[in-house]
Design a protein around this ligand. Structure first.
Ligand SMILES: [Zn+2]
Length: 411
């Protein structure tokens, strides 16, 4: 084609373009819209990427500035969706969230496990209680019933023990049963084998076996621990969203700590003083009031002001420290009981773990020695969280000893 013909073609095309204006213009606008919107989307994506990037301590709003030794990897004022998703990404709160979330699931598991094993928690490590308890009973009758039951029990843990037990039962030698989870056998056999009529002439303390001692103080503690761990984990995840949410979450976190401290007292106090109702109610009443007062104080806005920080810390400390009184009292009251010493050992260990946690929390060790080096892993708050879970787990073990003790002895 000659150039002039080409030019003519172009002019015709342009003319046709002009005379078919409405459709062509719409197409043009649509195409342009798409191009603009794709550019916008791209821009938005880049902007979001930049906006939801982790930031440094210096660029945080004042209410999120808490630990000047953690220099980077902060999330700051993200929308809730991004915040919830950040549970699976790496930032300086990831391990704070997970340490207490795993702790929460651990205690949830322990609660279910304890509830399922409730009547069998009490294994008679010490036959001393057992012989005391069955001393009054018609041993021959118990022996016959247990022998009958032994052969029918299919879930016995090991055969050697079963043989030991059978031998002991034949010879009525209950003292050789040490280590055998005797209550497991009793709870499996006696409630079924002894009819109500049969119970009339059996003078043994069967209600103690058939109905283990009340568990509510133990479950109160487990509930307190779960509430504290879940509240703390949620607080660490969400507090960076906004000033308002941070304000709310911190209060829930404080309430969780107060609940954990208060309910930690329930098992030791209840099971140590269940036979002394006056002291039982005195100690339980005191710690419950302290717990409620601490929760109310932590919810009041003025309590959050920095000048009240030391009063807030003192209140938590006073709550924990007041545990000394019932522990010393328990030791005096039950000085001849091995369980009293054993539980005190656990309670001291728990105190050491909590105290160590508190010291690390306040001193901000180790990040103060090397600011910026422990931003993601190893900073004081994470160590504090691990020590809190370890302290609460120690307390759980402590509670199991109380249950065994009281299940076997009653009052
Ligand atoms: Zn925390």
């Amino acid at each position: 084609m000659f150039p002039c013909a080409h030019i003519a073609e172009m002019i015709r095309g342009a003319y046709e373009g002009l005379i078919t204006t409405p459709e062509k213009i719409n197409d043009y606008i649509d195409g342009e819209d798409e191009r603009v919107s794709s550019k916008l989307r791209k821009g938005l994506r880049i902007w979001r990427k930049l906006k939801y990037q982790l930031v440094e301590y210096n660029s945080l709003p004042a209410y999120l500035k808490d630990n000047e030794f953690i220099l980077g990897y902060y999330r700051s004022e993200w929308p809730l969706k991004q915040i919830f998703l950040s549970i699976f990404s790496i930032h300086n709160e990831t391990l704070n969230v997970w340490t207490h979330l795993i702790g929460f699931f651990l205690f949830l598991f322990l609660t279910i496990y304890t509830a399922m094993r409730a009547p069998m928690v009490a294994d008679f490590n010490s036959v001393q209680h057992l012989s005391k308890m069955i001393g009054k009973a018609d041993l021959n009758k118990i022996r016959l019933e247990l022998l009958k039951c032994v052969s029918s029990l299919s879930n016995m843990p090991d055969l050697l023990k079963l043989n030991d037990l059978t031998t002991s039962l034949h010879s009525l030698d209950f003292h050789s049963l040490s280590g055998w989870t005797f209550v497991e056998l009793l709870t499996n056999c006696l409630p079924e084998q002894f009819s109500l009529n049969g119970l009339k002439d059996v003078t043994m303390a069967s209600p103690l076996i058939v109905q283990p001692i009340t568990r509510w103080p133990f479950y109160a503690f487990l509930g307190g621990a779960m509430f504290c761990l879940l509240a703390s984990s949620t607080c660490h995840l969400l507090a960076c969203h906004s000033q308002r949410l941070s304000y709310i979450m911190l209060r829930i976190d404080y309430a969780g700590i107060a609940a954990l401290i208060a309910t930690s007292f329930y098992p030791p106090v209840y099971y140590s003083f269940m036979c002394n109702p006056f002291f039982c109610f005195l100690y339980l009443g005191f710690i419950t009031l302290m717990g409620i007062a601490t929760i109310i104080f932590s919810l009041l806005p003025f309590f959050q002001k920095s000048e009240f920080r030391k009063y807030r810390a003192s209140l938590f400390f006073l709550m924990g420290f007041s545990g000394m009184a019932p522990i010393i009292h328990k030791l005096i009251l039950h000085k001849n009981q091995p369980e009293a010493l054993q539980t005190t050992g656990y309670e001291i260990l728990m105190g050491v773990l909590y105290a160590l946690g508190a010291i690390i929390y306040v001193t901000r060790i180790p990040e103060r020695w090397m600011p910026g080096k422990f931003d993601i892993a190893g900073h004081s708050h994470q160590l504090f969280h691990v020590l809190v879970v370890a302290g609460a787990y120690t307390h759980y073990r402590d509670g199991l000893i109380y249950l065994r003790w009281r299940d076997s002895q009653g009052c």
